[in-house]
Design a protein around this ligand. Sequence first.
Ligand code: F0G
Length: 355
Amino acid sequence: KELRGRGVWRYSAFLPFPEDVEPITLDEGWTPLHVSKLAGGLRLKNEGLNPTASFKDRGMTVAITDAHRRGASKVICASTGNTAASVAAYAARAGMRSYVLVPSGAVAKGKLAQAVAHGAKIVKVKGGFDEALREVLELLSSDRSFYLLNSVNPYRIEGQKTLAFEVWEQLDRSVPDVIVLPVGNAGNISAIWKGFKELRDAGLTDSTPRMIGVQAEGAAPLARAFEEGLSELRPVESPQTYATAIKIGSPVSWRRALMAARESHGAIISVGDDSILEAQRDLARVDGVFVEPASAASLAGYRRALAEGLIDNGEKVVAVLTGHGLKDPDAVMRFGVDEMEVEPGKLRRELSAYQ
Ligand code: F0G
């Protein structure tokens, strides 16, 4: 079938809707695939350039379209911030009321600002993301008036899988050797793997990429399960990382994430916060691409995978940069700030003394 338009709805033949569905959209997807200067063969899929500045919008346009056709008036999610921002924007667009449950005191400023701007009801939960999600699911077990927008909603996955189709088109209808991406609640790795399998099943490619998921060391239950070959998840009780987006100890889609890594001959690995920070700075200062800490885990993971022989030099690798750096302005202050203050009229003298 002919592909028309740009972005997520270009692939409507792969989405579970009748042809005459009216999408609720802000023109998500169709994000750039930059060639990185940091390593040969490395490409950067810049998902921070979506309407609310993260990959979540791909799934949100599809799920909110489903919510709309079912006549929902209230939508809800638990979130480390990006899902909340996306839910708030799409609910506004659809004329629905949104409720976002976030870990108290642990959401990056930019994300909170977005939820406020779009008029979400913000519910701060004492605890982390895992507790917030538990609260939402518990509420929904007795109150069916809310439409759930977490990635346990299969429509979210359907939207997010379109990243695979886009990468295939951007690489002249071929697939890369490896996809490397951050993993938190594990919806995205499951979605992108589903996308590549559908491409293969449609006869559009013979091969599929190895999926390498990356977690932060202090929040890495899946990396541990993968490494130890476990078939059950042992949650991390109080996850810690500076990459707040992926500060999750009990990922809901853990089964599908392990399957994606194993089926694709990939892996789930972990990286330390120091290497995430270094990767974030390198992306900003060498490639000119400003991402939030969780997204930099892609590059940190790529480097670790290369060092450990999971990726060979020169292989074609797409690192998914999931969210924009402006989401988390506090995080970049750790780069070290290069600044000075001058009295008017003294710039030239001050600068020469400074150099
Ligand atoms: N990168 C960013 C920037 C994220 O916000 C998230 C998840 C991930 C990666 C991981 O994706 O959960 O599908 O494995 N953020 C969720 C949220 C949890 O609430 O915004 P995942």
